[in-house]
Write a protein that binds this ligand. Structure first.
Ligand code: HEM
Length: 112
């Protein structure tokens, strides 16, 4: 079970890296836009996050429900903005996804 937690956490961090990596890459050029990979990564975050919650419960590790509710809400917002950004290829969805993802990481590491 502990191995499963590590595997899920590694994929969770891959999903996070995919979103922010894409953001930083696009900041090099002009006209940054949201790519379809953001939506895929938001779904990866949702699936691995749900798996992590289940495994932590199984291992009797603490899980903060308000923190998880906030993380879920931010992730759903990221997915919704990504859908809007794929349809309407303007800059605002790109910067909104970047800001929401940064906020998500702050919540992940600072809310103990
Ligand atoms: C863009 C979306 C997300 C990002 C960038 C993100 C980022 C992170 C990061 C960086 C960590 C490691 C923090 C640490 O161990 O100190 C983490 C852990 C975790 N995240 Fe997320 N997360 C996202 C979405 C979600 C969602 C939607 C859920 C579930 C509702 C979730 C549940 C968890 C859990 C349970 C852990 C703890 C893992 C453990 O140590 O066992 N995350 N997340």
């Amino acid at each position: 079970m502990e191995i499963l937690r590590y595997v899920l956490l590694v994929f969770h961090l891959f999903g996070f890296a995919a979103i922010l990596g894409g953001v930083f890459y696009q900041l090099r050029g002009k006209d940054p836009v949201v790519g379809g990979y953001v939506l895929t990564s938001a779904v990866v975050q949702l699936v691995t996050g749900a798996g992590l919650i289940a495994v932590r419960h199984a291992l009797d590790l603490p899980v903060s429900d308000p923190k998880m509710a906030l993380k879920l809400g931010l992730d759903v917002l990221i997915a919704a903005v990504a859908v809007a950004g794929v349809r309407d290829r303007r800059a605002w969805p790109f910067f909104t996804v970047a800001s929401l993802t940064a906020a998500e990481v702050v919540v992940a590491v600072a809310w103990t």
